[in-house]
Ligand binder design. Structure first.
Ligand SMILES: *Cc1c(COP(=O)(O)O)cnc(C)c1O
Length: 588
């Protein structure tokens, strides 16, 4: 690890945040004042011929003053009520995936907020859409898609995940419709699975000179899945049971939502096993692909997770990609999506130059580098990029992965000059706040090692240090070898029943929650989702397995000031002492 004191990166980082004691308040207040005066000046100058409509007389009337007083009063109320809100800015907060906000992000967000463009359409977001395009370019180069990448901001990772499936389904539907058409009209004998996975090049080649209109009657997206079952079954002489989604056991719950919204049965979610190192098992993935081929179930997409919600694990995206390359050689093209809502932002640690406080391990680096080859990725700047809510993004590798089956709204004409993104986004009206915040972070701090990467490396270092401190405690059993900045532990005696240690750990969590001097979160490592990995962990403290899972206290290290503190107030030491005291109390 690099030394933390007074090097230039730390000094730079200190300027990037308000600080736990609002140390940078002067600067922030002056920038916010500038922002609002500029906004007011804009109004004064925008239409010089217009007269003003509020004058000194108005301002003296009782009704006028009454309302102002009320606004002022309720603003005070709103603010004082928020004093009881969870202080997520503090290094004492190590609970969920939220932390100190970045100053450029707050200022960018505020700018987007008051100018209020609606990124649905160019006619109300001339500049908003420009900023969005530039911010997407920055994210695209961070993940390795470069200039070919396409995408847009969403309200979060859930929507971005749904958008990815929406696109994957559209492409699969194109391929399958063409196969059905060819079997029907040209007496070919395409196999259902192979048709559904023919790939873009083959599709373009075979559909050359064809009116795509003709494919419509074979499309399950257009005809709906009820009719499609018959149409497709007829033309492939094969019962069509619909596509499946292959997602690892440690997935986020948004995937069930996505499938249900796309009208696919819950049965169509095929869970890929988690291996004994806590990652998607490529071997099991291969087995599931074979099973899909044998049962003629097209694969809507394969999902790898970059940064799981529970443990921050990064799946072997490079190995999945290698496997998919093998299938491509057999003419089978499968959409690979990376759910990088949490960990996609770690790509900033593999871009640019500079020395980090702690590097990602080589396996994770390799995995992140392979993102450049996948079809699509979900990002959530409102998590690790320290941007305010709501800010997610869906990115695809290139133009060919971007289209969705669009429907035309007559009042939003398709004219290039006025059109925006409305015909390719799931959401209609879209704020530009997330784009503006991300743009500011990308421009000022930078989405690379020198910038955001440094912040993230401090989180890795904090987790590493606490892991070292807690490992001396006999009863604290830490989930080993996690990939990023999440630390989970349970409090167990050796050879104890899980039901006993789970209960103790839950009590501990409740105590921490009620006392409120540090914040942590909780989760359960289920044996059915985490398989061997969870079993091995239980074995490591010889637990008697009598429960469905292992109850864990979970800590997420995102705050840049957790370890850049000097002297007495070392949060990690304090937390460790506090924990020991609580555990002793519980044992009494
Ligand atoms: C947070 C998260 C999501 C969902 O993102 P939201 O912004 O909460 O909608 C999806 N996948 C993973 C892995 C996540 O961590």
């Amino acid at each position: 690890m690099k030394k933390l004191n007074c090097n230039s990166e730390i000094v730079r980082l200190k300027a990037n945040f308000l600080g736990p004691k609002a140390e940078n308040a002067d600067w922030l207040e002056s920038e916010v004042n500038k922002l609002f005066s500029h906004w007011c000046q804009w109004r004064r100058n925008r239409f010089p011929q217009d007269r003003s409509t509020i004058d000194a007389l108005d301002k003296n009337l009782t009704d006028f003053k009454d309302l102002q007083e009320k606004m002022s009063l309720y603003l005070s109320e709103l603010n004082s009520r928020f004093e009881a809100e969870t202080p997520t800015y503090s290094p004492r907060y190590m609970g969920h995936m939220v932390s100190e906000l970045s100053l450029p992000a707050i200022l960018g967000h505020l700018t987007g907020l008051i100018f209020n463009p609606n990124n649905t359409s160019k006619s109300v977001a001339k500049i908003g859409l420009e900023i969005e395009r530039e911010a997407i370019e920055a994210l695209s180069s961070m993940v390795g898609f470069g200039l070919d990448g396409r995408g847009h901001f969403t309200s979060g990772g859930t929507v971005a995940n749904i958008e990815a499936l929406w696109r994957a389904r559209y492409r699969l539907d194109n391929f399958l419709s063409l196969g059905a058409f060819l079997n029907d009209q040209q007496s070919t004998s395409w196999n259902l699975f192979y048709a559904a996975h023919m790939g873009q090049t083959q599709f373009l080649h075979l559909s050359q000179g064809l009116e795509l209109e003709k494919l419509k009657k074979y499309s399950f997206v257009l005809q709906g899945s009820y009719s499609a079952a018959d149409i497709i079954s007829n033309h492939f002489k094969e019962k069509f049971l619909g596509p499946v989604l292959l997602v690892p056991g440690h997935k986020h719950y948004s995937w069930q939502k996505a499938l249900s919204l796309l009208g696919l049965g819950e049965e169509s979610l095929w869970s890929i096993k988690v291996n004994d190192s806590g990652h998607l098992s490529v071997k099991d993935l291969d087995t599931k692909i074979q099973k899909a081929i044998n049962s003629q179930r097209p694969i809507l997409a394969i999902v790898s997770v970059s940064g799981t919600t529970e443990l921050g694990m990064v799946d072997p995206i490079h190995e999945v990609q290698e496997l998919l390359e093998e299938y491509k050689k057999k003419g089978i093209y499968i959409w690979h999506h990376v759910d990088g809502a949490y960990g996609g932002t770690y790509c900033s640690m593999i871009q640019g130059q500079g020395e980090l406080f702690r590097e990602l391990n080589p396996y994770v680096q390799k995995s992140l580098r392979a993102i450049a080859q996948v079809e699509s990725i979900t990002l959530d700047p409102h998590k690790l990029a320290l941007v305010p809510y709501s800010c997610g993004a869906i990115l695809v590798r290139d133009e060919s992965c971007y289209p969705i089956s669009s429907f035309k709204a007559p009042y939003l004409k398709e004219n290039q000059t006025f059109s925006g993104k409305w015909d390719s986004t799931l959401e209609g009206s879209r704020a530009s706040t997330g784009a503006c915040a991300t743009w500011m972070v990308a421009k000022s701090l930078g989405l690379n090692k020198e910038g955001l990467g440094t912040v993230l490396s401090l989180g890795l270092e904090a987790k590493h240090q606490l892991e070292g401190i807690l490992s001396h405690h006999e009863m604290i059993q830490i989930v080993p070898h996690t990939d990023t900045n999440i630390l989970c532990f349970t409090v167990a005696q050796k050879k104890e029943a899980l039901s006993v240690s789970n209960k103790r750990t839950r009590q501990l969590y409740e105590k921490i929650y009620l006392e409120n001097s540090f914040s942590v979160s909780q989760t359960i490592l289920h044996f059915d989702s985490y398989g061997k990995f969870a079993e091995n962990f239980a074995k490591s403290f010889q637990a008697k397995i009598d429960s469905e899972g292992i109850y864990l206290i979970r800590m997420v290290f995102m705050n840049p000031f957790t370890i850049s503190q000097v002297g007495e107030n070392h949060y990690l030491e304090q937390f460790s002492n506090y924990l020991q005291k609580l555990i002793l109390d519980l044992e009494d």
